[in-house]
Design a protein around this ligand. Structure first.
Ligand code: AMP
Ligand code: ZN
Length: 472
């Protein structure tokens, strides 16, 4: 069955047909972070969905060229630098670094390119595009010296968001005196310099100023991926006006369809509200690590729900993520042991073999919850077979190979790097001895001592496992 995605543009599930099916090469543009503070885990839900998309396409044999931009100049970054009394580049640098660090913690595959909006190469392209839009009558310079896109001249404006422009006019909620625009929906392509911008400015045919956020993405996408791209992603809050504006600008210049498939992920919520910096209800990756969770556990928690379903972030959900991963780990340990046993030709006739169902679930608009359902069902079945001594070494290896394949998408290999402090290791060994001697009292005492050092002990079929304790 072919790959299918829900295209925001048509509001329909569509069969995926890339621009160049024979080459099996796909271009993807993903809106990246605005580096005015550390990204929160809501932002990372979007990046993890994009990671899943890329990895699944690769599993299906496509070669993906992905670009993720870094928005390092806009109102928020300029305000932040002004308040911190440091140059813009110095201000944004720390958050860029933090972004890459957090993305690595969450095992997010790096994009092929991370263009920054302030790079002169892209600013030049933005200026060239704005000049072309003016030449085509699609943009104008207003009395405030800024340049705006003339949405009335672009008949498709509103098609992505399914937005009725007449309603925009009639609400009267947008201040008319805000700018000297022809239409309240016209958006800025070039913002004329004012003193609040301090030394953040570029020369242009319209005077000193800086680009609007929307034109940054159009210019970077087209410079690196060409006039037409296969897939463009972001969170649902990007649909309007950001992505709507990107279409207007790009197609306004080229006259060609800019994007074939628009994919947007639903928000990460906290108490049913969008997790957002402005609402102050957010957690960062370090906040979650400080509670005793690992990047792998957070990756799982953000990954496990279908990308178009809003996901409520809770600490209970983090605990469930830990439990689910523990099941995977125990299963892998058992399979590995089994695979190393001498092959004694156990009757394996009624043992299920891996199917294509995991991948097929992902073909269906990246249905990760169904795919994980297949994984846990397989774990149940194979564990039962191992309990009944019905899984031989060869079958165990087949399952391990299957895991290796699906794990190229999941990237949930157990952590190897967590260093357990020597003292905890020693107490753990003593506890194992105590349990072997059935000295339960001493075993419990040792558990308490381990716990006092911030570690949890779990007894499994394969012996005890240590994990950093979760802070309540
Ligand atoms: P920003 O840094 O605000 O430009 O956002 C970067 C990306 O994160 C965009 O694709 C947003 O749509 C996405 N995003 C922001 N908040 C959330 C959230 N609570 N849940 C999911 N995605 C989000
Ligand atoms: Zn963007």
């Amino acid at each position: 069955m072919a790959l299918r995605f829900f295209n925001t543009y048509s509001r329909k599930i569509e069969e995926f047909e890339p621009r160049d099916p024979a080459a099996r090469a796909i271009s993807i543009y993903t809106c990246g972070p605005t580096v005015y503070s550390r990204a929160h885990i809501g932002n990372f839900r979007a990046y993890i969905f994009e990671d899943l998309l890329q990895r699944h396409l690769e599993l299906r044999g496509y070669k993906v060229h992905r670009v993720m931009n870094i928005t390092d100049v806009d109102d928020k970054t300029i305000r932040g630098a002004r308040e911190a009394k440091v140059p813009l580049t110095k201000f944004t640098e720390q958050f860029k670094k933090a972004f890459f660090q957090d993305a690595e913690t969450l095992r997010i595959k790096r994009a092929d390119e991370f263009p920054a909006a302030t790079d002169q190469r892209y600013v030049d392209r933005m200026i060239a595009m704005i000049a072309e839009l003016i030449a085509r009558g699609l943009a104008y310079q207003a009395d405030d010296k800024s340049v705006y896109f003339r949405i009335n001249k672009f008949p498709n404006y509103g098609k992505l968001a399914h937005f009725d422009l007449t309603q925009l006019q009639s609400t009267g909620r947008v201040k008319h005196d805000e700018y000297d625009k022809e239409h309240i929906g016209d958006f800025a392509l070039w913002k004329a310099w004012d003193e609040e911008d301090a030394d953040v400015k570029w020369d242009s045919p319209w005077g000193p100023g800086r680009p609007g956020w929307h034109i940054e993405c159009s210019a970077m996408a087209m410079t690196l991926l060409g006039d037409q791209i296969d897939i463009h992603c972001g969170g649902v809050d990007n649909i309007f006006p950001h992505h709507e504006a990107e279409i207007a600008q790009s197609e306004g210049v080229t006259g060609k369809k800019f994007v074939r498939y628009w994919l947007h992920c639903a928000h990460l919520l906290v108490d049913s509200q969008k997790m957002a910096k402005s609402l102050g209800n957010f957690f960062t990756v370090p906040d979650v690590l400080a509670k005793g969770y690992t990047g792998r556990e957070l990756r799982y928690a953000l990954l496990r729900v279908h990308y178009r379903v809003p996901l409520n972030f809770t600490w209970e959900g983090m605990k469930e993520a830990r439990e689910s991963l523990a099941r995977i780990d125990e299963w892998l340990t058992r399979l590995k042991q089994k695979s190393q046993e001498a092959n004694v030709e156990r009757p394996a006739s009624n043992v299920q073999r891996p199917t294509q169902k995991f991948e097929e679930a992902l073909d269906d608009d990246l249905n990760i919850s169904a795919a994980l359902g297949v994984l846990f069902e397989s774990i149940r079945e194979t564990n039962r077979a191992m309990d009944e001594n019905k899984l031989d070494a060869a079958s165990a290896n087949v399952w391990l190979d299957w895991w290796k394949r699906i794990n190229t998408v999941l990237d949930l290999e157990p952590e190897t790097k967590i260093a357990v402090p020597e003292e905890v290791v020693q107490l753990g060994e003593q506890r194992e001895n105590a349990r072997r001697e059935k000295n339960w009292k001493r075993s419990d005492e040792l558990r308490d001592r381990i716990s006092a050092l911030g570690w949890d002990v779990r007894d499994t079929k394969d012996g005890q496992k240590l994990a950093r304790r979760i802070a309540e």
